[in-house]
Design a binder for this molecule. Structure first.
Ligand SMILES: NC(=O)c1ccc[n+]([C@@H]2O[C@H](COP(=O)([O-])OP(=O)(O)OC[C@H]3O[C@@H](n4cnc5c(N)ncnc54)[C@H](OP(=O)(O)O)[C@@H]3O)[C@@H](O)[C@H]2O)c1
Length: 422
């Protein structure tokens, strides 16, 4: 039986989950995999804090050196979260030849080049399955199962909190603020929900996913990001009339050597597999030239689902004689400045003869063709009606240019939402 000494950086939700999984399922892992893990030290911030799983006091330390400089420890598991000091601790561990297993999408996406380079230079292992979509083995799939494919697109529901909010807005017609409050009460959204609802969390994950998919580093700063705070129950309802379901998607595509990586509210046809992903579940839909389309679905967060990915990485790291690192080219990626997709446009327009013809002529000027249009309800007291357009595939720049030319006295835009998967 191989015995491996490990150290933890952090012991909050996820660290306690990993401790619990190793304590309760470790004996079976020993039998199945022939390897035993011994936790030597656990770095925390507050030694006296009550934790969700009982951790022997003598294992806890508030001195990072007791993990990072411990010569016995060969694998460091990082789940302290945040950018610093997590990133520099991971780099220190790798520099001393220790393998790092991390759940930290923020530190990894923000310091990708530095972390991967240090791992390569020191022959150290770097494992990060848990950093994207919790229990779903999407990193393993990208690195170990889909190498024979040229991946053309990755579309994912990669943030559970926003999927919970949008799923409830969709099924109940509820308002964004009401569902957000509920999600906070249930512990599904943080008291400060910015990272989730503004798409930052999804952008870190998309940066990692698209880097692996296209073999070029896609920096998180290059990911276009739009959150769900502006989404209204009216948009959700109007989309439904067109047979569309609203999701916060991470969309990454490679077209003509240019990469698009964007996080934004997105309609998908209600018959699309991503439309059926409800509650706080995650899913990633991948298209490869050989494998065709496939979808990975499961729990993207929570202590035990995340621990499942982390312990699986731990077992894999322990079994490696030589650690593989992602196949990412040195050349920088070229990001697309514009992209084509179907657009959903909701606007208020003056209810009088000639207005529709004027709107059509603005779209035509920029080569945007309208696939369908509905008028919602009657005119308000100012004589304005809600119009909803669905375009054919059109460049985003063209759609926005056409709408920018519309005189406010005649029409104003309520929302522009991209449609994918059509
Ligand atoms: N929660 C999820 O469902 C989930 C899913 C996937 C990935 N992740 C990722 O997993 C990581 C951890 O998340 P979590 O929910 O477990 O966070 P958490 O509950 O806040 O735990 C963080 C842990 O790190 C320790 N810590 C933080 N800063 C420290 C510092 N400067 N020095 C020493 N110890 C420090 C804390 O110590 P104290 O306990 O003493 O405060 C705590 O034990 C994050 O990167 C997150 O993005 C989380």
């Amino acid at each position: 039986m191989e015995r491996i000494a490990i150290g933890f950086l952090g012991c909050g939700n996820i660290g306690c989950g990993v401790y619990k999984l190793l304590e309760t399922y470790g004996p079976q892992i020993e039998k199945n995999e022939g390897v035993a893990f011994e936790i030597k030290k656990i770095l925390v911030r507050s030694l006296g804090k009550k934790r969700s799983w009982e951790i022997p006091e003598q294992l806890l330390t508030d001195d990072a050196d007791e993990v990072l400089n411990n010569p016995e420890i060969s694998i460091v598991m990082e789940f302290m979260g945040g950018d610093q000091p997590a990133a520099s601790y991971m780099i220190r561990a790798l520099e001393s030849g220790k393998t790092v297993v991390t759940a930290n999408k923020m530190a990894l996406a923000s310091h990708w080049n530095e972390i991967v380079t240090v791992a390569r230079e020191h022959g150290a292992g770097l494992y990060y399955e848990a950093s994207v979509c919790g229990a779903i083995p999407i990193i393993r799939a990208m690195n170990d199962s889909l190498q024979a494919n040229r991946i053309s697109s990755v579309m994912g529901i990669i943030n559970g909190t926003t999927n919970y909010i949008l799923s409830r807005m969709s099924s109940e017609g509820a308002a964004y603020e009401d569902v957000l409050r509920d999600a906070q009460r249930l512990g599904l959204a943080e008291p400060d929900p910015t990272a989730d609802v503004e798409g930052y969390d999804a952008a870190y994950k998309l940066s990692i996913l698209s880097t692996l998919a296209f073999h070029r580093h896609v920096p998180v700063e290059s990911v276009y990001r739009e959150g769900i705070a502006g989404v209204t129950a009216l948009d959700v309802a109007c989309g439904r009339e067109f047979g569309l379901t609203l999701k916060l998607l991470g969309v990454a595509k490679e077209e003509d050597g240019r990469i698009q990586a964007r996080v934004h509210p997105t309609f998908v046809p209600s018959s699309h597999p991503l439309a059926g992903v409800g509650d706080a579940f995650n899913a990633v839909y991948v298209h490869g030239h050989a494998c065709g389309e496939m979808m990975f679905y499961g729990r993207g967060a929570g202590d035990m689902p995340t621990a499942s990915a982390l312990v699986s990485d731990l077992i894999k790291a322990a079994a490696q004689k030589r650690h593989g690192l992602p196949a990412v080219a040195d050349e920088p990626c070229v990001m697309a400045e514009d992209w084509n997709c179907v657009h959903f446009v909701r606007m208020q327009a003056k209810d009088e003869p000639g207005v529709l013809a004027m709107l059509a002529s603005k779209f035509a000027k920029y080569g945007v063709s309208i696939a369908s249009m509905v008028q919602k309800g009657d005119a308000d007291e100012r004589g304005f009606v809600q119009l909803v357009f669905l375009t054919h595939q059109a460049s985003e720049h063209a759609v926005r240019s056409a709408l920018a030319e519309i005189d406010e006295k005649i029409g104003s835009v309520g929302s522009i939402i991209r449609v994918e998967g059509v």
